[in-house]
Write a protein of this length. Sequence first.
Length: 174
Amino acid sequence: MELLVGGAFEGLFREFGREAFQLQVREVPAGHGAAAFQRFLTGEGDDLGWRQGWLELVRDAVAAGRSIRRVRVVSVPHGDYTRWGLTVAARDVAAGEEVLWLPRHFADSAMSTDDFWLFDDERVVFEVFQDGRFVGGAATTDPAIVERCRSLRDRVWRRAIPHQEYEVSDFVRA
């Protein structure tokens, strides 16, 4: 595995050819969104200015015919982080990202415990955290790992609920 940090990790989102897919299983804040999450907890507003770079990247990728998809595996009833994530996801979807939600009790026993990105069905990048902070991604093209992550993506995608349906579902009201 190769550790990608900073620009090397971020560059993957400009270099992929067809699809970037994320499986997100962590339900704790990390990275630059952590400060915005704290503002959410105190009831402060958020213009999501910190998210503009990502939203622009999504819009550019979609305009070029590429897709960015994500499944967020969440506990029900939702914790604060998931409630906040629902508000952030609305902007991601508006930019063109496909965001689906999978209640954790619908996930199978083979679910990953690691967040990862799968790029073009060829490269897996596991998100690496240290002391609760995002530090980069551990990348591999190992065929066995890539195939496992592809298979997992396909299974969770079939079970997950699109954002627009999920945000009005009984899971959100639970």
